[in-house]
Design a protein around this ligand. Structure first.
Ligand code: GLA
Length: 643
């Protein structure tokens, strides 16, 4: 079964409305609702005084209409009574300002008060609904790190110190790792260490890197604490929390290991004609996290309400974007939210059932989507590994994007990933994301767009790749403490790549440096080859005649940021034996096990040749030879021989 539904906030409506909600959910084919995400103050209006009556009735109604509950632990917004009694649980920013109640995620991740109350509430909810037949999944918190990623209060400082003590054992261990001999920061006790609050100048980057690790871990501890309470009461029920696509703040490799099902919230900007590419990358990450199907838990039926200008989705885009999530491995499509709010900061955010009611384009598209998901039910559960892998490592990302101390602040990991992902995506080539250390069997091409932070183990692992390997610029620069590998970059990757970087040579935004494989921008390097062949040489400028791209056996090093990686990539695909597809611009082709999704992201009709034949599940028509795709139209082919 494919999941269809969304966030349902019945507490924002009089109960008379609920009957209509149920009738319309059933009409649309909704089979799952996410409930009680922000309901703490309604479920526990005073400490220990619970009001579960309304939620009981909602759970019963859902079940009576065949709708399963993704039931939240309701801990995403602590209630005013708790905050007033314990103002110290509100987060403090880097400038020392304590934030106020009035929005959501108003908690310090390290607050023992918040944690104790959150765990208690999670357990209470679990005990109440453990036997309820509507309950199918637990939803802990909500979009961790959305508003509150970090807190700089004294409680957080103590938590950070404990985390550091666990990591380094002695303060001299910390001094050595953080290089505190620089700028006179030598500590003589852990009690002198603070979070990286706003300081007179740049903060120690090793300290910042540990802070990023700590902040991700501190929130994960919260998630784990609630999960432990749920596990005790309902050991067999899957537990999730909704991710936020590719998010800098949280190490999703670590987080997903703690989840039973990966779920994601995705909001590509309908006004950006290329937003489907970046979102495809994040969907591929979601599938790669646990190497299994995942679930799109939130998306927008049309406009969101949190951009400066919130473009609606034009007709057909809700279905198209939903099919895109399925293509990349989601086992359903859920939305924020079911019924459009009449008040609050999200009253202009679109919903499956808009303010205008059922005689609206959005509602008609909701019905159409429900039918499409029924037609595609057999796709659920299917999964296959891709032929190409992109390496993504949060430690390295955090190190790369540290403020104020790098040769250039222009290298952004998401952009570097997209430099490679976009041309692969444009050719219908499936891509998995992998963390350092994952089994690379079956990958014909492994690309590490950037590994600024790289250990010897990571370098050894990369050299076990069975096919072609590509490493991007500014890699192998530092160790896990952000200390520079001696002898020059790419440090532990020197053996694999056969090159040494003598000097980083970043470029100003407007500068282009010709390489013979197209222009480089943002970044170039002065390379010395000791056991590699030049593949492309810089032409003109200070680096004239020096190598820009090199190869040693199966390993390619790209010492610059290429404006367009396509020419190099096409050669690598041939070497790797990966077959690109020919697709019109804006048409996406995605294989999901025995299914081929063809998605026309353009506003004009498209026709493309088919190498496989089969049945279009959306129309139940056989197809061979070619496919006609209407504007923003799609075909989902069950490929013959895979039935
Ligand atoms: C996120 C949140 C939801 C809602 C939507 C709006 O996904 O989880 O509660 O705020 O954004 O886009």
């Amino acid at each position: 079964m494919l999941r269809f539904g969304g966030d349902y906030n019945p507490e924002q409506w009089p109960e008379e409305v609920w009957a209509e909600d149920m009738r319309l959910m059933a009409e649309a084919g909704v089979n799952m609702a996410t409930i009680a995400v922000f309901s703490w103050s309604r479920l526990e209006p005073a400490e220990g005084a619970h009001d579960f009556g309304w939620l009981d009735r909602v759970m019963d109604l859902l079940h009576a209409h065949g709708i399963d509950a993704d039931l939240a632990t309701a801990t995403a917004t602590p209630p005013p009574w708790l905050v007033r009694r314990h103002p110290e649980m509100m987060p403090v920013n880097a400038d020392g300002v304590r934030l106020e109640f009035g929005s959501r995620q108003g908690y310090c991740p390290s607050s023992p008060v918040y944690r104790a109350h959150a765990v208690r509430l999670a357990r209470t909810i679990a005990l109440r609904y453990r036997e309820h037949p509507a309950l199918k999944m637990w939803h802990i918190g909500n979009e961790y790190a959305d508003h509150t990623l970090e807190c700089f209060c004294d409680v957080s400082a103590a938590h950070f110190r404990a985390w550091l003590e666990h990591r380094y054992t002695t303060v001299d261990g910390l001094n050595a790792a953080w290089g505190t001999s620089c700028w006179g920061q030598h500590y003589t006790g852990f009690d002198q260490v603070e979070p990286p609050r706003t300081a007179p100048g740049p903060v120690n980057p090793s300290q910042l890197l540990d802070w990023r690790r700590f902040c991700s871990d501190a929130l994960l501890e919260l998630f784990e604490a609630e999960k432990a309470a749920l596990r005790e009461v309902t050991p067999g029920l899957p537990v999730t929390t909704n991710f936020m696509s590719i998010l800098h703040g949280l190490d999703y490799w670590k987080w997903s290991a703690a989840e039973d099902l990966v779920t994601d919230d995705a909001y590509p900007d309908p006004a950006d004609p290329s937003s489907h590419v970046a979102i495809a990358l994040s969907y591929d990450l979601m599938r790669s996290l646990k190497r299994q199907p995942w679930l799109l838990l939130e998306s927008a039926p049309s406009a969101v309400s949190w951009r400066a200008v919130n473009a609606p989705k034009p007709p057909g885009m809700m279905l198209l974007h939903s099919l895109q999530a399925l293509a990349h491995g989601s086992d359903g499509v859920m939305f924020f939210q079911w019924r459009q709010a009449r008040y609050g900061p999200e009253k202009f955010h679109s919903a499956l059932l808009p303010h205008g009611g059922t005689d609206t384009r959005t509602w008609r598209e909701t019905l159409q989507l429900g039918q499409a998901l029924t037609a595609l039910a057999e796709v659920a559960g299917s999964y296959e590994q891709a032929e190409v892998a992109l390496v993504l490592d949060w430690d390295s990302w955090w190190g790369l994007e540290a403020p104020e101390s790098m040769p250039s602040d222009r290298l952004k990991l998401k952009e570097l990933l997209l430099d490679w992902y976009a041309p692969l995506h444009a050719r219908g080539i499936g891509v998995d994301l992998v963390p350092p250390g994952r089994d690379l069997t079956g990958y014909r091409l492994v690309i590490a767009p950037n590994l600024y932070l790289c250990t010897q183990e990571t370098a050894t692992w990369l050299s076990t790749a069975p096919g072609q390997v590509v490493v991007g610029p500014f890699s192998g620069v530092v160790d896990p403490a952000d200390q520079v590998h001696q002898g020059g970059a790419p440090g532990p990757l020197r053996e694999l790549l056969g090159v040494t970087v003598e000097e980083f040579w970043p470029l100003h935004d407007e500068v282009r440096q010709e390489t013979g494989l197209g222009a480089a921008r943002t970044w170039t390097e002065w390379l010395r080859l000791h056991d590699a062949e030049p593949v492309a040489l810089y032409q003109g400028g200070e680096l004239d005649g020096r190598p820009a791209v090199t190869r040693r056996g199966r390993a390619t090093y790209v010492g610059c940021r290429l404006d367009d990686t396509t020419p190099l990539l096409l050669d690598l695909l041939v070497r790797a034996g990966v077959e690109p597809m020919e697709l019109p611009q804006g048409v996406e082709a995605v294989r999901r096990a025995g299914y081929l999704f063809l998605l026309n992201h353009t506003a004009i009709p498209q026709r493309l040749a088919l190498t496989s034949s089969g049945t279009d599940l959306l129309t139940r028509t056989p197809m061979h030879g070619h496919a006609e795709l209407p504007p923003r139209g799609a075909v989902v082919l069950r490929v013959e021989g895979n039935q």
